[in-house]
Ligand binder design. Structure first.
Ligand code: NAD
Length: 496
């Protein structure tokens, strides 16, 4: 570990001091069979954090075999749901006890502000407890009333389930993904993003300490095109879940299609916020600027197209410009920082590239954005940017995944709705007005998986989350729908 960070917890220092970070297979720290490695870096300083094992297809085979063994032999799949629930609560306890440790590992690895990372780890705990409790109260055997037949249905777990995750919310998304699968009695193989493998590796170790049966939670690390591709194309995987970009989502869906493996896809977005002329302009500007700068705009469900009623447009722009120009960009581990780095240099170039391309296509920069310099840190920093212009512009159409919002004006409800729905993405939008009747009307007609009213990025457990179109397939995240996805149905019939 090369990063010298003020306030590093001793347990984090000890974890990062390992010369090689090894993921977990069958309850043991596993080595890559060909000895391959890759490095993970601190996005805020550019310094190396760890050397990590790079798993090839053979290593992924071993992980799937361990997950299958645990499914068949550990008793995990067949134990009474309350016992399984108790074990998941125990794992949640272990995670909860270590929130500061995991959050610091995550903050360093993902470039995330430490307080935000603590919120992510707490969310993992809440998600695991939510499904641990729910699974105990859902009947898995249902008698059917059918004339002249005795008939019933059963719900069985599938077996090994694969999960591929992105780098923006590494630990939180692991919680959203694996909790329903585990609560339903499945075993899992987790492939974290190569930029942020550390919190998943730490979880593998914690699962062991929490007394989870060996092989119920397995972690494989490596690059997408090798380790990720081996996970998504593995015929032993009974279900797959992928969270990431639409481009890779298509590859994963194709690989699963070849094996006829059911797959859930949680992909990108180009969400809109529709701001009517009866809002509190300052409060709305506060919230939307807060949302687009949160985790440096690397949030799939962000509102990146701000559609504002003509009558309040200028006032809204003034308020946003003021706020965006004052955002303090800095190192993620510094208390004074409001917005940290983006995850890597590729992502920084992507954000800067969209500003250039957008301007070339005629957009105007109201807040200039661009590269940011943080003294003493060779990290990947950008400033927030605000653009305006035609919604045909590339910066208004494509996902940038950075702190860049794009403004356009509207006059009527119909016009606003047409603008919201003029995209192939369909993840999340919001509508802002003091007329709640109007909000409900618009919220129901926005073509996406999720609509929010007078807020953006709202995730209470129990409300299904997911995208349509280019934003995904399957949805139901954080609600009972996803738990049911992790059971397969069987019907049994006897003519009388
Ligand atoms: P990405 O698609 O590049 O990578 C995601 C994961 O896929 C990584 O683990 C990567 O190693 C793996 N991967 C890459 N190539 C692969 C291949 N050929 N086969 C199998 N796996 C492969 O995405 P990213 O850059 O890490 O994340 C950003 C994207 O994720 C954005 O589009 C964002 O909107 C989306 N996202 C969506 C949600 C959601 O809930 N809908 C949540 C977070 C992020």
């Amino acid at each position: 570990m090369a990063t010298a960070t003020v306030g590093l917890l001793p347990a984090v220092g000890k974890f990062l001091d390992k010369s090689l970070q090894q993921p977990w297979i069958g309850g043991k720290a596993a080595s890559a069979s060909e000895g391959g490695t890759f490095e993970t870096h601190d996005p805020g300083s550019g310094e190396k954090l760890a050397t990590v094992s790079h798993f090839n297809a053979r290593d992924v085979d071993a992980a799937v075999a361990a997950a299958q063994r645990a499914f068949d032999k550990s008793g995990w799949a067949t134990m009474p749901p309350n016992e399984r629930g108790a074990m998941l609560h125990r794992l949640a306890d272990e995670v909860e006890r270590r929130i500061p440790i995991i959050a610091q590992i995550e903050a360093l690895d993902a470039g995330k502000i430490e307080g935000q990372a603590q919120g992510d780890v707490a969310n993992f705990v809440a998600t695991m407890r939510y499904y641990a409790d729910m699974a105990q109260h859902i009947g898995r055997r249902n008698t059917l009333a059918v004339k002249s037949h005795e008939a019933w249905t059963m719900r069985h777990p599938w077996g090994p389930c694969g999960f591929i995750f992105p780098w923006n919310f590494p630990f939180l998304l692991i919680g959203w993904g694996i909790s329903p699968a585990l609560a339903a009695g499945n075993t899992v193989v987790i492939k974290p993003a190569e930029d942020t493998p550390l919190s998943a590796i730490y979880l593998g170790q914690l699962a062991k300490e929490a007394g989870m049966p060996d092989g119920v939670i397995n972690v494989v690390t490596g690059l997408g095109e090798t380790t990720g591709a081996a996970v998504s194309s593995h015929p032993g995987m009974r279900r797959m879940s992928f969270t990431g970009s639409p481009e890779v989502g298509r590859l994963v869906a194709e690989a699963c299609g070849r094996n006829l493996t059911p797959v859930k896809l949680e992909l990108g977005g180009k969400g809109a916020a529709v701001v009517f002329d009866d809002v509190d302009v300052k409060a709305t500007a506060d919230k939307l600027v807060g949302a687009i700068t949160f985790h440096t705009g690397q949030v799939c469900c962000d509102a990146t197209r701000w559609l504002v009623h003509r009558r309040v447009y200028d006032q809204f722009v003034d308020e946003c410009v003021k706020r965006m120009s004052q955002v303090r960009v800095g190192y993620q581990m510094q208390d004074s920082t409001q917005m940290g780095p983006v995850v890597n240099e590729k992502q920084r170039k992507r954000v800067l590239g969209y500003l250039d391309k957008g301007v070339r296509e005629g957009a105007r920069l109201l807040v200039e954005g661009g590269a940011a310099d943080v003294p003493g840190k060779a990290g990947h920093y950008v400033k927030p940017a605000l653009m305006e212009g035609s919604l045909e512009n590339v910066a208004a159409r494509e996902e940038i995944f950075g702190p860049v919002a794009y403004l356009a004006k509207f006059e009527t409800e119909d016009e606003a709705l047409a603008m919201v729905n003029s995209t192939d993405y369909g993840l999340a939008n919001s509508v802002w007005s003091s007329d709640l009747g109007r909000c409900g009307r618009i919220a129901e007609q926005m073509r996406a998986g999720n609509s929010w009213i007078n807020a953006h990025n709202v995730f209470p457990h129990g409300v299904p989350y997911g995208g349509i179109g280019k934003s995904g397939l399957g949805g139901g995240v954080n609600s009972p729908e996803t738990l049911f996805d992790y059971w397969r149905s069987v019907s049994v019939v006897r003519p009388l």
